[in-house]
Design a protein around this ligand. Structure first.
Ligand SMILES: [Zn+2]
Length: 221
């Protein structure tokens, strides 16, 4: 976590810092080592937000593209369940940055909980992930999908990373570590999909200027 609570105030980790977890109200201690990014960790291992991943530099760098008040926003579900959205815009669109694979069940529950959700998936740590993704894109089978965007046909079952996120019903974008994201959620026909390239800076600009980037990224019904 980047933010803990000190009373009602959100505070960042500083050496020897202490605070409260905004989800479970448990004590958290600042972890300010040289190896990992400075963050907060529970003093006693807690069954806190089960969806929360250990924050990596990748998570933190992504979140830092957005205003601080949009980062790590507490979202309370109708059943009283609480989760921290990595980023949540004032209009209620959540953006989750997902480093590790999750189960289909968790994915489904998460999509239901956040409803309006975009997933940005870390594809850079998978060996040959980018190569196998690119190999399966049919650059000949293209189609304009609006606003000058071109989608390229691909079979989502062929590369591990697209197969893993194939059942998602929300826009999924893969970050392979370059300057662009690949959207993998636009339906073509039957099982096939269109992959679309979007620059990371355009993606961030869209969100921070309150224009909906999902217009071009949403699964086509
Ligand atoms: Zn907690």
């Amino acid at each position: 976590m980047r933010f803990a609570l000190d009373g009602a105030k959100r505070i960042e980790a500083i050496p020897k810092g202490r605070g409260q977890c905004p989800v479970c109200c448990g004590d958290v201690l600042a972890k300010c080592g040289a190896r990992r990014i400075w963050h907060w960790a529970h003093r006693v291992k807690a069954s806190c937000d089960q969806w929360w991943e250990n924050e990596t530099a990748w998570h933190r760098n992504w979140k830092m593209n957005f205003p601080a008040e949009w980062q790590e926003v507490i979202v309370k579900g109708s059943s009283g369940e609480i989760h921290i959205a990595d980023v949540r815009t004032p209009s209620g669109l959540s953006i989750e940055f997902q480093h590790s694979p999750i189960t289909d069940i968790e994915q489904e529950t998460r999509e239901e909980f956040y409803n309006d959700l975009i997933l940005v998936v870390d594809g850079a740590h998978e060996s040959h992930g980018y190569e196998s993704f690119m190999e399966n894109i049919d650059f000949w089978r293209e189609r304009g999908v609006g606003a000058g965007q071109i989608g390229f046909g691909f079979n989502p079952m062929l590369a591990n990373i697209t197969k893993r996120w194939n059942s998602s019903r929300r826009p999924v974008l893969i970050d392979f570590g370059g300057s662009v994201l690949w959207s993998i959620s636009v339906m073509r026909d039957g099982w096939a999909k269109y992959a679309l390239e979007i620059s990371k800076s355009d993606f961030v600009t869209c969100l921070t200027q309150h224009t909906d980037p999902t217009v071009h990224l949403s699964p086509w019904k």
